[in-house]
Design a protein around this ligand. Structure first.
Ligand code: NAI
Length: 369
């Protein structure tokens, strides 16, 4: 309905009075890049979040359609759409949380760093808008290369005098989601490799084994698994700490190598499968919604909300690093240390740091120059 678009939603918003369904305090959330492959399913998922009372959808194209569509969902959040740069200020004013999936995705053969040229400028413009219109909002930055776009955002905020390191979070949740999934499915992969004829000729037995092994031997549902993934969000900078997996499990050297490679290349697996039609969008929207939900629970003042994120950090000698952080009213209120690493992880950490240093520097220089 047109009243959901641009200026016309004010009455509805005042009535919502920043209360989510059920009378609980709700938050105002903006998605920048809302009409994209990630932005659309993310809009849907955040419209379903009971902690969201107002949802602003901003993009440079197609927001009227996405807004009309999502606004018909019978959930509590009031949805408003904003189209193009002149409406960025209205989209951002008063927001508690800003989620940014704007920018171009990878095509086969590209690295995340290849996106820098286009996405660096997009992130700069959007963060200038955040600094001007909602300087106290928590920012969830998804646009790649995250290892460089987070330093870009930090420099923009420093320039504007609004930088609060706790409020700027690079979203690495998809790496954690993949790690949790791949750890559970490792057993099935081994079945296919070790017993191919058995696997293919006896589907029923295989299904039995699949569920038996998942439920009984591993004893876990992927949602109960927690693999900390530290470092950054590209190639070797993605460092899963399999030695710290919960529930505790041990992996052979070959298993750790296989899992680490698969987690580091999970994005490329999707890019190649989509064959030119983009990168991960659905699993990413799920991961972004999960992370945004944790940020909102933190904003609400709940205790013990912990996620991995790429943040301003003193855990290593690099200015930014992804580790577990505790989310609270002020954003990333506590940054956890790495914990004990095994030899394989220590070697991975050194490789990750070398690549990360260059990506961070590239982002900082983009704004300083
Ligand atoms: P997409 O191309 O489908 O959507 C991007 C959207 O951003 C488009 O609707 C486009 O109009 C919009 N956009 C472009 N310039 C804009 C601007 N100045 N202001 C507002 N919106 C603008 O791309 P997709 O697949 O949604 O990916 C978005 C970004 O997320 C990419 O950079 C991708 O690499 C990154 N990504 C990050 C992941 C992570 O784990 N952090 C995982 C997957 C993707």
């Amino acid at each position: 309905h047109p009243s959901n678009f641009q200026e016309g939603g004010d009455v509805a918003i005042n009535k919502a009075n920043c209360r989510a369904k059920g009378g609980a305090p709700g938050f105002k959330v903006a998605i920048l890049g809302a009409a994209g492959g990630i932005g659309q399913p993310l809009s849907l998922l955040l419209k379903m979040n009971p902690l969201v009372s107002v949802l602003h959808l901003y993009d440079v194209v197609n927001t009227p359609g996405v807004t009309a569509d999502v606004s018909h969902m019978d959930t509590g959040a009031v949805v408003r759409g904003f189209l193009g740069q002149p409406q960025l200020e209205n989209a951002l004013t008063g927001m508690d949380l800003v989620v940014i999936p704007a920018g171009v995705p990878r095509k086969p053969g590209m690295t995340r760093d290849d996106l820098f040229k286009i996405n660096a400028g997009i992130v700069r413009t959007l963060c200038e808008g955040v600094a001007k219109s909602c300087p106290n909002a928590i920012v969830n930055l998804i646009s790649n290369p995250v290892n460089s776009t987070v330093p870009i955002a930090a420099e923009v905020f420093k320039k504007a005098g609004t930088y609060d390191p706790k409020r700027l979070l690079g979203v690495t949740t998809l790496d954690v989601v993949r790690a949790n999934t791949f750890v559970v499915s490792l057993v099935v992969v081994y079945l296919t490799v070790e017993f191919p004829s058995y696997y293919y000729t006896s589907t029923c037995w295989c299904m039995f084994f699949f569920f038996f092994l998942q439920a009984e031997v591993l004893g876990v549902d992927p949602r109960e698994v927690d693999v900390p993934v530290v470092g950054g969000h590209a190639g070797v900078t993605i460092l899963p700490l399999l030695s710290q997996v919960k529930p505790p499990s041990s992996f052979s050297a070959e298993e750790a190598e296989y899992l680490t490679n698969r987690i580091q290349n999970g994005g490329t697996e999707v890019v190649e499968a989509k064959a030119g039609a983009g990168s991960a969008t659905l699993s990413m929207a799920y991961a972004a919604a999960k992370f945004a939900n944790s940020c909102l629970h933190g904003l609400k003042g709940e205790a013990g909300v912990v996620e991995c994120a790429f943040v301003d950090s003193q855990v290593t000698d690099l200015p930014f690093f992804a580790t577990k952080v505790r989310l609270g009213r002020g954003g990333a209120e506590e940054i956890y240390q790495l914990g004990p690493l095994n030899e394989y992880e220590r070697a991975g950490l050194e490789k990750a740091k070398t690549e990360l240093a260059g990506s961070i520097q590239k982002g900082v220089e983009f704004i300083k120059k």
